[in-house]
Write a protein that binds this ligand. Structure first.
Ligand SMILES: *[C@@H]1O[C@H](CO)[C@@H](O)[C@H](O)[C@H]1NC(C)=O
Ligand SMILES: *[C@@H]1O[C@H](CO)[C@@H](O)[C@H](O)[C@H]1NC(C)=O
Length: 254
């Protein structure tokens, strides 16, 4: 009896992760981000398949409803770029909308559990937010290369996340060693800081409550966090050869 129970339990624990891993590859995540981008373009959530169980949606880090949030408004999207975290089964999408009637720069993390969309968090920046200027964001974002990194040159998740964390830790601890790239460019709202990113980083600020989407193929790490423990913020990093190449920021001013 004991042996039977033990083998049943062993079977269950082995089968569960295998089943969920099988559903989460880049194709799956790309299909999901395509559906999300199409939903935002149409201003309709009818084709978005959210989990039939627990589903949480936040807009600027407050619980919100899909039907009354930004997704209910059709937006003319000039630029979209997504990254895929097949380990955590999550994605990040950057959207730039220069349309003067409704200008936005939007960052969205999708998180899946057993193949179902269980958490969607979106940061919606608009006029009045930190250095908001979508024409500038579009201009500089379109010049950058976020191509897949050749397999032999890819960094591990740990290295990519450590580079992102070092940058965010620097705000509170000037002794942190940040793997600066040379060149490195920071797209902060619509302003572009280059060829060094090691300028204008303030001090005495704790960046808390970090949520990550890491893509080894693209060398990227997006982090959602509370800027100074207060403002909804996204910092997305591109890491090449272990060093920071690009930083994209979105900060909602409360
Ligand atoms: C949103 O609601 C969920 C419960 O559905 C809760 O766990 C979470 O803390 C809430 N988040 C915020 C930002 O209020
Ligand atoms: C998203 O960007 C790709 C190019 O990267 C483009 O082919 C596609 O049409 C865009 N989608 C929307 C809805 O704008």
């Amino acid at each position: 009896m004991y042996l039977l129970l033990a083998s049943l339990l062993a079977g269950t624990t082995l089968a569960a992760p295998a089943a969920s891993l099988a559903t989460c590859d880049r194709d799956f995540l790309k299909t999901q981000t395509d559906a999300y981008i199409a939903a935002q373009a149409a201003g309709s959530t009818s084709d978005l398949q959210t989990s039939s169980g627990k589903f949480v949606y936040t807009q600027n880090f407050k619980n919100a409803s899909l039907s009354t949030g930004i997704l209910a408004t059709p937006l003319k999207i000039d630029h979209n770029r997504s990254t895929y975290d097949t380990t955590a089964c999550a994605s990040f999408t950057e959207l730039i909308i220069t349309d003067s009637k409704n200008p936005h720069v939007i960052g969205t993390q999708l998180h899946f559990t057993d193949g179902a969309l269980t958490l969607m968090e979106t940061i919606v920046t608009s006029t009045g937010d930190w250095l908001f200027n979508p024409a500038g964001t579009l201009k500089y974002a379109s010049q950058e290369k976020w191509d897949p990194i050749p397999e032999a040159k890819r960094n591990t998740r740990a290295v990519i996340q450590a580079a992102a964390d070092a940058y965010l830790d620097l705000f509170n601890d000037k002794s942190v060693k940040v793997p600066w790239g040379n060149p490195c460019a920071r797209l902060e709202g619509g302003s572009y800081v280059q060829p060094s990113c090691n300028v204008g980083v303030p001090s005495g600020i704790k960046q808390t409550n970090r949520r990550y989407v890491i893509d080894e193929v693209l060398g990227s790490c997006d982090v959602f966090f509370d800027f100074a423990g207060v403002d909804p913020d996204s910092h997305e990093f591109r890491v090449e050869d272990g060093k920071l190449r690009y930083v994209h920021t979105m900060t909602v001013m409360k």
